[in-house]
Design a protein around this ligand. Sequence first.
Ligand SMILES: CC(C)(COP(=O)(O)OP(=O)(O)OC[C@H]1O[C@@H](n2cnc3c(N)ncnc32)[C@H](O)[C@@H]1OP(=O)(O)O)[C@@H](O)C(=O)NCCC(=O)NCCS
Length: 171
Amino acid sequence: MIELRAFEPADALRVASWIDSLEALITWSGNTGFTWPFDAGQLSAFHASDPSRRCHVAVGSDGAPVGHFLLRTEPSGRSVRLGMVLISPAVRGRGYGEAMLEAALGEAFASPAIQRVNLGVYSHNAGAIRLYERLGFRTESVTPKVTSIAGEWWASITMSLPRDAWRPHAP
Ligand SMILES: CC(C)(COP(=O)(O)OP(=O)(O)OC[C@H]1O[C@@H](n2cnc3c(N)ncnc32)[C@H](O)[C@@H]1OP(=O)(O)O)[C@@H](O)C(=O)NCCC(=O)NCCS
């Protein structure tokens, strides 16, 4: 259904076009420091600034990108942070998100040293939380008031998938 490849600067325009509002930008990127209006230049600069972020796109059968995420090994060397998960709005609800994250987890756990994958998600992002739970992630902690948007506070949930709860899927 999808294949993963490394993010390339030429992908920035397409990925940035999937973000259509400040709310969508923050939902996707949290407190990364992007500003609205968002553009491809911010995304290219972000990816170029820190090679320890392993940024990926998922491509569909026609070779066009349909999704984006990054993996970053945490300082302990025993866990990976999954972040900036995004599927093109044009193809949501068709299983691309699940397929992309199954592949992402395969990549994250490819190193035997990695015992856990962690992520953060806003507490009102019910669709993303359902998807993460389907993949085996469970809530570790809730942090209230991490981000303020238009006078409203958003809470963040930290979710985690230990290696022994990971169910690998055939590629
Ligand atoms: C969260 C996100 C990545 C999910 O991607 P997606 O491709 O829509 O996810 P899937 O299609 O795999 O699953 C979504 C739903 O579609 C359903 N679905 C999957 N394949 C389907 C199909 N062939 N036909 C109908 N429905 C289908 C799934 O069962 C799931 O149902 P649910 O909403 O009841 O859980 C996407 O909505 C997104 O990019 N959101 C904005 C950014 C964001 O919130 N990122 C997460 C930040 S932490």
